[in-house]
Design a protein around this ligand. Structure first.
Ligand SMILES: Cc1ncc(COP(=O)(O)O)c(C=O)c1O
Length: 444
């Protein structure tokens, strides 16, 4: 008789009924409500005072000299490209498996994005693929600590130093993570990140850029702001003629209700994420050494390396489990725990037409190569390894409740133990599913 629910057996969980508090995020309390209401009642939504306070606190927390907020992470990243001096004709290397905002705005500045493969074990930029991407026009590397895992910063920084390249870190998935004792976001010349609602550091719709470079700081301020682009903040002679205008041609000022929320979140961030860390390490410990499923995690035991913990996921290795198809495996786990295991992560960006043919300015050439010295799309042919990565999410626990976490881990263990029932079974769709962006509301 079949044991697995997907073949007609009894599911481990009839429905996914883990306590709601295990997934509630961000945690809001009276303090956050009061902080927002204060901004509302004093009519300071469009001001800068609360935002500047948050910027100073955040810079201190992350260990950078400056922080500049923006309306969202996308704007913060665009400002980061400008801050790093990216301009028409430059090439910027970016991992292909990430959210589009990690690099799309570089095209607005006339730069060509060269996509690099990700490491199959971490789904983060593979430093061994950088040489292939390099050209005389390469100016910067975008580093994405994808789904909380710190990138190999030793390898990337060494390469950048050798070739005189800037590093722009996208820390949207990894706030609070550490690499060899140093906070993620402090390795690059500039770092930028999203603090939108679903993120680990979550403050509504907000973005923040950090840097310890004074010139980059001034460039970011001038790009995002008109009223902060003034003689008090700007000393750079190249920028001074252009004060009082936002050089990015868009107003990037943050909504202060979000900045107020962010200040309260920051106060509790380390404490709250310590619990997430405990819960997720407990989950992955339960699956440690299991064939097929490789939790993407770092060894946090001595405290010098830490994940930022965001959308935990695993890499699937069918060759370790009798070639069971990826979709058949995920469908079997979903049937056991009553939770649809999201497969695939972000689609590789180079496969989207916006990076192949889109010509927004009517230049008669795709934006990606409009100002380029070569057709960088040719390099996409080497990205098959990233296209073939099989990864899928597990529930993102925010509370450490071992008995509840066990229920989910047991679903995986049961499928692994009884995987022979799945031999030869095809999943509904053999192609890895994925997404261009995160989850959205049904009404969006
Ligand atoms: C890796 C990454 N970079 C940048 C962003 C863009 O941030 P925002 O949505 O705040 O504009 C996101 C997601 O939201 C992201 O996942």
């Amino acid at each position: 008789m079949s044991k697995l629910a997907v073949s007609g057996g009894e599911p481990l969980l009839k429905k996914f009924d883990l306590p709601e508090e295990m997934f509630r995020w961000p945690i809001q309390n009276k303090e956050s409500e009061d902080a927002v209401i204060d901004v509302l009642r004093t009519n300071r939504i469009s001001g800068n005072d609360v935002t500047i306070r948050f910027e100073n606190e955040f810079a201190g927390w992350i260990g950078a000299k400056h922080a500049v907020c923006a309306t969202n992470g996308t704007m913060a990243l665009e400002a980061a490209f400008f801050a790093a001096g990216i301009k028409a004709g430059d090439e910027v290397i970016c991992p292909t498996k990430t959210y589009w905002a990690s690099c799309l705005s570089a095209q607005k500045l006339g730069a060509a994005v060269v996509f690099a493969n990700v490491d199959p074990d971490t789904v983060c930029l593979d430093p061994n693929d950088l040489e292939r991407c390099l050209s005389p026009w390469t100016k910067a590397i975008v580093v994405v600590h994808y789904r909380a895992h710190p990138c190999d910063m030793d390898g990337i920084c060494a390469f950048a130093k050798k070739h005189g390249l800037k590093i722009i870190e996208d820390v949207s998935h990894a706030q609070g993570g550490l690499y060899k004792g140093k906070r993620l976001g402090t390795f690059g010349d500039v770092a930028a990140m999203s603090l939108m609602s679903q993120k680990s550091f979550s403050a509504g719709e907000l973005g923040v850029l950090v840097t310890s470079d004074d010139e980059a700081h001034e460039r970011a301020l001038a790009y995002l702001h008109y009223e902060r682009n003034n003689e008090k903040n700007i000393t750079d002679e190249n920028l001074l003629p252009y004060i009082n205008m936002p050089l990015g041609a868009m107003k990037g000022r943050a909504n202060q209700m979000c900045a107020a929320l962010a200040r309260v979140q920051l106060k509790y961030y380390d404490e709250r994420t310590a619990e997430i860390r405990r819960a997720l390490n407990y989950f992955w410990d339960a699956l440690e050494g299991c064939p097929g499923v490789h939790g993407i995690r770092v060894d946090e035991s001595d405290g010098s390396n830490m994940a930022g913990w965001y959308v935990p996921h695993f890499v699937y290795r069918p060759e370790e489990i009798d070639g069971i198809s990826f979709t058949a495996f995920c469908e079997a786990v979903s049937a056991e725990i009553g939770w649809n295991v999201p497969m695939g992560g972000n689609f590789p960006l180079h496969t989207h037409p916006v990076f192949q043919t889109f010509d927004p300015m009517g230049l008669g050439k795709p934006a990606r190569i409009a100002f380029a010295h070569r057709d960088v799309r040719e390099l996409d042919k080497a990205l098959a390894p990233s296209e073939g990565i099989l990864c899928a999410e597990v529930p993102y626990f925010k509370k450490y409740i071992p008995a509840e976490i066990d229920k989910i881990a047991n679903g995986f263990l049961k499928v692994i133990e009884n995987h022979s029932e799945l031999i030869g079974k095809k999943g509904e769709d053999e192609l890895p599913k994925g997404q261009w962006y995160g989850k959205v509301n049904k009404d969006d």
